[in-house]
Design a protein around this ligand. Structure first.
Ligand SMILES: Cc1cc2nc3c(=O)[nH]c(=O)nc-3n(C[C@H](O)[C@H](O)[C@H](O)COP(=O)(O)OP(=O)(O)OC[C@H]3O[C@@H](n4cnc5c(N)ncnc54)[C@H](O)[C@@H]3O)c2cc1C
Ligand code: SF4
Length: 511
């Protein structure tokens, strides 16, 4: 029988993926390809490239052991086959495939090429399967969103709880409440020791890939020195177990906490594995739920963790597929400021930003609150062009893929979608950062003041942002109080704050 070609993308590294389930090991071929176009369309962190290339090579080895006929296109810098389609075309010429099988990809741009360009260029059918690693299909999400003027993650999340049965007792949520967030959000003061580190043994494949990435991608921001990501499913499962054993019980309490030189805290660090297929969302959630049932972790931690995965993760994906391609071009505040260069080199006197950059470049990681309330908050307050800041987030994190990065950055952080994803911008002054971290006591700037030469930049930029967009936000019932408190200040103080913010924006590279 004529073989078909199963094309597996770098984020589809699971042997139960829908395209493989539709194929036969004795008949069909599988392709995995490391291609220049995908590795370079933003300057991805070297650790992200190394994680994916190594995980792909390990996965190819596993598939061969399972009896699959695998074509592996290893990275070649000067080849003419720069795109995935180039590689497929060359193979198709050799083998004359009956058709191409693929699972829906995570990026609108590539999905358009798969659906519209591939069939005509290749001259064979391209069958695209739903990615059923996710709980909700794009169609299901679109149906849920239909007729709602503004979407609320919380309601979507409750539907996901009902659909999966996670933390449910019949029709009722376990513990009588859907959401235990009020019990979370504590500052960390060393009440419990930070969890032990987990490291992975490296093999020849890892070593070869790390050397390759060092040779060809070392000009990208970020270093390989502290590379400590799992590159096989077995190691990703160990990472999950390590999280359940050592971090999950305190995940809720310290989810928002930030501590000097401790970027990992009680977070799971599993997003890169979930997003590339080494772990599946439901197995992760079931493991967390089991920890609650076994009495190992409290409900506020387990519910908070599960909400991130079946709530936020599914919700942002739904919005991505519902709103693309226009979503990527939205700029509700009309921001025009270019991204300051310290986002790429990490040198700044703002300790909070420096801490986030250090972690980002060292580990290709920063936790959610660092992304949202520090580097994201700064970009929001300073009025950075959404496209610039989106490209940055897509490049620098090991877990970054268009479908999840874009709604988080453009919608959640920049509010550039006009409030479709979240109703109120997550804008905050230095006060919030001081409340949730110990950064301010190690900073060049003073968090207590707004108008002095050494005042925390977030303090005046916050009010500048609010005033700049007064017309847009003053009508928001959740923000009226903020405007009233600015209006109660003496005119002299108001002018001094705005003048200080304008000075900072004019000298943004010097912060
Ligand atoms: C500006 C910005 C950009 C982001 N870009 C990405 C991205 O490219 N890829 C990505 O996976 N996450 C992204 N996030 C969401 C979140 O910050 C990361 O998922 C999380 O920090 C990953 O670390 P962790 O695995 O230790 O997560 P934990 O804090 O342990 O959370 C558990 C899991 O919940 C999921 N999750 C939590 N919050 C979100 C969210 N808002 N959206 C989607 N999933 C979520 C992740 O899968 C994560 O692994 C972004 C957030 C912001 C504010
Ligand atoms: S004082 Fe301001 S700039 Fe410095 S760490 Fe605190 S919030 Fe950041």
């Amino acid at each position: 029988m004529t073989p078909r070609l199963v094309v597996l993308l770098g984020d589809q590294l699971h042997d139960a993926i829908s395209s493989l389930r539709a194929a036969e090991a004795g008949r069909d071929h599988v392709l995995l390809a490391e291609v220049d176009d995908e590795a370079r369309y933003v300057p991805h962190h070297p650790q992200k490239i190394a994680l994916l290339f190594s995980a792909m090579r390990h996965f190819a080895q596993q598939l061969r052991q399972q009896g699959w006929h695998v074509h592996y296109h290893a990275y070649q810098p000067n080849t003419e086959q720069r795109s995935l389609l180039d590689v497929i075309q060359a193979l198709h010429k050799q083998h004359g495939y009956e058709s191409v099988l693929i699972t829906q990809c995570g990026e609108y741009r590539l999905q358009q090429l798969i659906e519209h360009q591939w069939p005509t260029t290749l001259g064979v059918a391209v069958t695209c399967f739903n990615d059923d690693r996710f709980i909700a299909t794009p169609e299901q999400f679109a149906q849920w969103a239909q007729g709602r003027k503004q979407l609320r993650m919380e309601y979507f999340y409750r539907d996901m709880r009902r659909q999966t049965g996670l933390l449910m007792e019949g029709d009722e949520p376990t513990g009588g409440q859907w959401n235990f967030d009020a019990d979370n959000r504590q500052k960390y003061r060393g009440e419990v020791p930070l969890p032990p580190a987990l490291t992975f043994e490296r093999d020849d494949i890892d070593a070869e890939v790390l050397a390759l990435v060092q040779t060809h991608f070392s000009e990208h921001a970020g270093s390989l020195e502290h590379f400590n990501w799992a590159t096989t499913r077995n190691d990703a499962l160990k990472a999950l177990q390590h999280f359940i054993d050592h971090r999950l019980p305190w995940f809720g309490d310290y989810q928002d906490a930030m501590v000097m030189d401790e970027p990992l805290m009680f977070h799971s660090l599993i997003a890169p594995y979930l997003n590339c297929g080494l772990l599946l969302p439901m197995e992760v959630c079931r493991a967390a739920e089991q920890a609650y049932l076994d009495g190992h972790a409290p409900l506020n931690a387990v519910e908070g963790f599960i909400r991130q995965i079946i709530g936020w993760r599914e919700y942002v994906r739904g919005i991505y597929w519902l709103k693309m391609p226009d979503y990527a071009t939205l700029n509700a505040q009309g921001n025009q400021r270019a991204l300051p260069s310290f986002y790429w080199h990490g040198e700044t006197k703002m300790q909070c930003m420096k801490q986030c950059f250090n972690s980002t470049f060292k580990y290709a990681y920063a936790h959610h609150i660092q992304r949202l309330m520090v580097t994201g908050n700064f970009a929001l307050l300073a009025g950075i062009k959404p496209q610039d800041i989106c490209d940055w987030y897509l490049a620098v994190y090991a877990d970054a893929y268009d479908w999840v990065e874009l709604p988080n950055t453009l919608g959640m952080v920049m509010h550039a979608d006009g409030g479709y994803l979240v109703s109120k911008p997550y804008a905050a002054s230095g006060n919030y950062i001081n409340k949730m971290s110990d950064y301010c006591s190690h900073c060049h700037y003073s968090v207590k003041t707004a108008t002095d030469d050494d005042s925390c930049p977030f303090n005046s930029l916050y009010w500048h942002f609010m005033q700049r967009h007064r017309e847009q936000f003053a009508r928001n019932p959740r923000m009226g109080m903020i405007y009233r408190s600015f209006d109660r200040m003496k005119a002299e103080k108001q002018h001094a704050i705005i003048a200080r913010a304008e000075h900072l924006l004019d000298h943004i590279e010097e912060l």
